[in-house]
Design a protein around this ligand. Structure first.
Ligand code: SAH
Length: 353
């Protein structure tokens, strides 16, 4: 990546940093030092990278631009626990990330993998933007570096559930997740890094094949293809059955880890007791987790069911989970007052101009 005729070092892995060092007549071990400064310490100014030689600092100064994002605004929820950050890339695209810090100081960050999205899920606010740009690994990582600095709180959990479809930007997403996991990067366990996909089955197969250990979530959102076809057009390419099949291959490869199926509950769309029974049937033989997410309203036509309907759905689902094949979780989103809940991230003036 190039900015102002300078390369962008952020987002490079150790091997790439090594070849950059060699190209610049620097010893290879400098790569490990630069890696730690960039990711572990989040330092953007080469002069503050204490253990580097002057020659190395100069090389960075002369050829590298280290920051990829600018903070545009920050919105804090009433209870102060959720903060939505709006960032701009150096080529002027906008994206959002959400930081959630609980009372016990657990810090989860929801990052974007694309500016916008072109999958057209009918209920999702980001879909209205269309796809503007695949974010580079550096731009993904920089969301976390900046939030860690601005909040002054270490990050425990990362979810790729912000704007965009991570598996349509597969290599940058996996590369960024590896930097998050690396001990000299963010040192976050693979179990605390979750990638959520709409169900791009070709890439899910690659993920399984490559034995990636990060958590995997799939947005199911319907108990039959008729409904899923309407709310998630990608279903015409890969149906619910395809997702159940791919879950089987995942279970075969991973003895203990489970895929999480996300199910956004929308009033009158997928929230009846019949829907709950149908969902339990689909998942009957699928070893997995199910995350029920009551819909966070945006300007569109979809509505969040009443608490009564939500609770009835969950109860029916669990009563029909006869063999305890799937584990049920419920996500009552935070930050709804600042439109920072799942699927509420959208920017109307796309390029921020
Ligand atoms: N494209 C990826 C990741 C982004 S969306 C994916 O689809 O998985 C992350 C989650 O938020 C998905 O499960 C999606 O179904 C859900 N979501 C989208 N809009 C929502 C809304 N308005 N309320 C609640 N959840 C929503």
């Amino acid at each position: 990546m190039v900015h102002d005729n300078k390369m962008i070092l952020k987002g490079l892995n150790v091997e790439e940093l090594k070849s950059w060092c060699i190209d610049n007549n620097l010893s290879g071990f400098r790569a490990d030092q630069i890696y730690e400064w960039l990711y572990l310490h989040g330092v953007n100014n080469p002069d503050k990278m204490g253990n580097l030689s002057k020659k190395c600092r100069d090389a960075i100064h002369n050829t590298q631009s280290l920051s990829t994002l600018k903070l545009i605004s920050k919105t804090v929820s009433e209870n102060k626990q959720t903060v939505k950050y709006l960032f701009q890339t150096t080529d002027s695209y906008l994206l959002e990330a959400v930081s959630m810090i609980t009372e016990s100081n657990r810090h989860t960050v929801c990052v974007s993998s694309q500016s916008g999205c072109n999958l057209g899920c009918d209920f999702c606010a980001t879909a209205k933007m269309g796809l503007l740009k695949n974010l580079s690994a550096g731009e993904i990582i920089d969301q976390l570096i900046m939030i860690r600095r601005l909040s002054n709180t270490r990050i425990d959990n990362v979810v790729y559930m912000g704007m965009g479809e991570p598996f349509l930007n597969y290599s940058n997403v996996i590369k960024s997740a590896k930097i998050l996991n690396n001990q000299k990067g963010f040192n976050i366990s693979v179990n605390k890094i979750t990638i959520s996909t709409v169900g791009i089955v070709s890439k899910i197969k690659k993920f399984i094949q490559d034995e990636e250990r990060f958590g995997l979530a799939i947005s199911l959102n319907a108990s039959n293809d008729n409904v899923r076809d309407v709310i998630m057009p990608i279903n015409k390419k890969w149906s619910i059955q395809d997702l159940i099949e791919v879950n089987k291959s995942y279970v075969k490869k991973n003895k203990r880890k489970r895929i999480t199926f996300e199910y956004v509950l929308m009033d009158g769309i997928n929230s009846s007791s019949e829907d709950a029974i149908e969902l339990s049937k689909i998942l009957q033989s699928a070893k997995c987790k199910v995350n029920i997410i009551p819909y966070n309203e945006t300007d569109g036509k979809y509505k969040r069911p009443s608490d009564g309907i939500i609770n009835k759905f969950i109860k029916t689902l669990s009563l029909n989970n006869k063999n305890n094949n799937f584990q049920i979780m419920v996500r009552w989103s935070n930050g709804l007052d600042i439109d920072a809940g799942c699927g509420q991230l959208a920017i109307t003036n796309n390029k921020g101009e």
